[in-house]
Structure formats: structure tokens, C-alpha cells
Write a protein that binds this ligand. Sequence first.
Ligand SMILES: [Zn+2]
Length: 137
Amino acid sequence: MEQQKQKGTEGKEECHLCRITYSIFSTFPSMPSAMALNVETGDFFPMDTLHSYSTGYEMAEALGYAWACNCRERSRQRFDEQFVLRDGAGRPFTNAHYRVRVGPNVIASGVTDEEGRTQRITTKDARGLSLEIGRGT
Ligand SMILES: [Zn+2]
């Protein structure tokens, strides 16, 4: 599928999230007493701060949902992690079978190495990620 060039973005393709965020907050009236919420950290900040940003992405970052952005530095936005499995005494679970799920979907599975590490897990959204461990077969 070919992507259509968007109008008025100077060749840059912004995702819906960035465009919509920008279109909402760039035209918001100034409200000196209004507070906005960063949904990721739970911190409030002055709503007018959003006017100081020139892109929807920066606004989305301030609001705490930039992880959902689809158009910027994808690699940085992606969750890319390796788990190390240890037991209560800090000993690694070696050769443990594991499965990593996002909701009902298994996105990775394998056996941990001699240090209890899984393979690197790359996913767009780490929320809802769960790890299942089975010992031996
Ligand atoms: Zn974006």
C-alpha cells in the first residue's frame, strides 16, 4: 500500500496522534489557571505550557502518551527489553521455558540462557506485557 503525501506537512509525515494533538492544543484558548495531566506520570502541569510546543509530538510527550506516536524515532519509541529471570534468592532461572504475551497474543517464546536471560523483546507498547515461566518440559 502506498502512503499518500499529506498536505502541509513539509514532506514530513506525521501520524494521526501528532496531527490531532497539535490541532487540538495549538488552537486551545489560553487558560492560565487550567491544568493538564500527564497520564504517564500522573503529574499536572499548566495547560498553557502546551502552547510553547511547536509539534504535536512534544505536546503528546508532555501529556504522557507519546508512546502511541507512530511517526517519530520509532526505535526510541519501541519497547525493546530483555528480561532476566531470577528466583527469590537471586539465582537465575536457567533453561526455563518462557512465553511473553501482550494480551492474548504470544509475541515471543523460548528458553532462558545460562544467566536467566530471555531474548530481546521488541514491541510497540509494553503495557499489557506479561511473562509466563514454565520450568523444564
Ligand atoms: Zn506521531
